[in-house]
Design a protein around this ligand. Structure first.
Ligand SMILES: [Zn+2]
Length: 348
């Protein structure tokens, strides 16, 4: 279907950081807020290179679609932030903005990767009581990553960047930085059989395999640089802390600063199921090697044990990896319906 004209809104979160919402009011269902991951932007849901992107899919199903560019968006100014700051500010402000514009009492949400991670922090902290149902992609509050080479990138990334004198994720082949070179070699071993795109190799180096090559069409693969960009090191360090811990916790500022901020030497966790008593569907790609499917299984099982099994669903998409669940050329057939199912089943 043809999308209605976009309505673009910018607003400031309570801490002054600008966010953007792009609305496609295709129908009366929803509103549904859609949130991207780190080092990407809402364009991942609006790919011009596939037959039916996620926005068009939701629109053709009659939804009022709101694409959020939160502070991690590569289309917003690069800044240092913790996921706690995004969780406390961006998502509550975006929800309030959508409610105000639509006069809806509540919203639904589809959230992906770091956007899902931060959004679940918002939920768990009780800061999003007006969210009715959630479809969650790849990660929520538990993190399980491969023990293999990809992990090395995530866990050692801050050391790499420090050695390169950077405060954001980028890529250099500068031989002055031996650690970087060693990791870069590992990355090439991972990626060089699959393609010759240096953009693709840099993405794989920084984030691990974000997609299965066989799920992307040539046009999407050729235009990856439209979709991926920089990620600030503070957010990435926070993700690395969470990966090492295994579940979401607040940013570790070091003992003294933790005591000052939290009253405890170590950062408090987010594993409180009290505010998560809403219908949630978790979706993982079977072959996700950025965050293993076990990640959503842990959150799913934890919630079922805490709040009962009725509210929660989980799907594993055969043959898919991470972001190809949205950017894949057949995702409208293989993956999108699993996210839609929860939106459709959501009580009014
Ligand atoms: Zn490639």
């Amino acid at each position: 279907m043809n999308l209605p004209d976009a309505e673009v809104y910018t607003f400031n979160a309570p801490d002054g950081v600008e966010n953007r919402l792009t609305r496609y009011k295709a129908g009366s269902k929803g509103p549904v807020m859609v949130a991207h991951g780190a080092a990407v932007w809402s364009g991942m849901f609006m790919l011009p290179t596939i037959e039916e992107n996620f926005t068009a899919f939701l629109a053709s199903n009659g939804y009022d679609v709101w694409l959020l560019d939160w502070r991690a968006s590569i289309r917003m100014p690069l800044r240092q932030f913790t996921l706690d700051e995004a969780a406390e500010n961006d998502f509550p402000a975006a929800i309030a903005f959508i409610k105000d514009k639509t006069r809806a009492d509540s919203i639904q949400a589809v959230v992906h990767c770091a956007g899902a991670s931060a959004f679940f922090m918002t939920l768990a902290a009780g800061l999003a009581p007006d969210v009715r149902c959630v479809s969650c992609s790849q990660i929520a509050l538990h993190y399980k990553v491969p023990a293999a080479t990809e992990t090395k990138c995530l866990l050692h990334l801050d050391a790499v960047l420090k050695s390169a004198g950077l405060d954001y994720l980028s890529c250099t082949e500068d031989p002055q930085h031996p650690l970087f070179q060693r990791l870069f070699t590992d990355m090439v071993n991972l990626a060089h059989h699959e393609c010759t795109s240096s953009v693709c190799h840099r993405i794989t180096f920084l984030f691990g395999h974000l997609y299965r090559h066989d799920k992307l069409n040539a046009a999407t693969h050729a235009r990856l640089s439209d979709q991926f960009g920089n990620c600030n090191i503070t957010a990435f360090r926070h993700l690395a802390q969470i990966v090492r811990h295994g579940s979401a916790l607040r940013y570790d500022w070091g003992r003294e600063e933790n005591l000052r901020r939290y009253g405890t030497e170590t950062p408090p966790g987010y594993l409180n199921p009290e505010h998560l008593r809403i219908p949630i569907t978790f979706v993982s790609g079977e072959l996700n090697r950025t965050y293993l499917p076990e990640s959503t299984a842990q959150t799913y099982n934890w919630l079922r044990a805490a709040n009962g099994p009725e509210l929660y669903q989980r799907h594993v998409v055969p043959g898919y990896g991470h972001i190809d669940n949205f950017m894949g050329y057949r995702a409208n057939i293989d993956s999108y319906p699993l996210f839609l199912e929860q939106l459709e089943a959501c009580p009014a």
